[in-house]
Design a binder for this molecule. Sequence first.
Ligand code: R5P
Length: 312
Amino acid sequence: MSEFKIVSGRSNRPLAEKVATALGLSLSGVKIQNFSDGEIWVKYEENVRGVDLFIVQSTHAPSDNLMELLILIDAARRASAKRITAVIPYFSYARQDRKDQPRVSITAKLVANLLTEAGADRVIAMDLHTPQIQGFFDIPLDHLYASTALVKRMHLENLDRLAIASPDVGGVKTARAYATRLDADLVVVDKRRPAHNVAEVMHIIGEVNNKNVIIVDDLIDTGSTFVKCAEALKNKGADRIIGVCTHAVFSGAAIEKINKSDAVSKVFVTDTIPPHWDSPKIEIISIAELLAEAIVRTHENASISSLFEIVR
Ligand code: R5P
């Protein structure tokens, strides 16, 4: 096998280390420092000339994580890496993906442009807010689904009388994939957003009385959508309510809301964003092996479509 190397930015080094360990490698050396005013400085500590380089960096807040990724890519390009793959377990700014009102930005496209302009040759991302974001890139993007790991864990819960709930219409395809794999019914929650980070449940489409329900979402941010959905489902007679989400953004009072809600019994999240919370209700399922498999297959120019199959 020709050479490939993995480096990590500072946003989620524990995940990058797990990925490297799964491949029997160590992370390659890169020094990252801040100047007094906060500006980021990067230097590869080993030769990357001619190397197939994978840079692991989630871009959750602060935006410096995104800037750091761009600088890592730029430095690798200037050091003559043969191919640069940005491995972005959590791709931020993805929710602004269309001009839904006049005079707003499409930040998902902006970030795609920035990554390409910095010198990325490929991207590996996981559970993008909408799959259409792939089309914002003119370089290859491999889109992985955490459901590959999460469904396996859900099987261990041995839930009968099960329904899978999508907290909005946009999530129906993913929820249906879970429902198929877990032999469950599908429920759709009709949600409205009167303002940023405020969610209101309008209707529940489907039967939940006396059922165990798994709410599936790509991310939980303020927890407003998730907790409101859980409470609406509880009011309709749902039994045990579990959340499954890929990206544990958890901003503001999200953790307090989840901890306090009697409707929520447990939440499963992945490690695309490092844990910055403490909750007895939350369990982390690592997606490191999935990323490792995607990296090695990318390096070998092998198919990674079998890693996608869960959401077909
Ligand atoms: C919305 O389309 C997303 O899938 C999430 O449901 C949403 O972004 C979660 O945000 P919050 O936790 O702030 O309600």
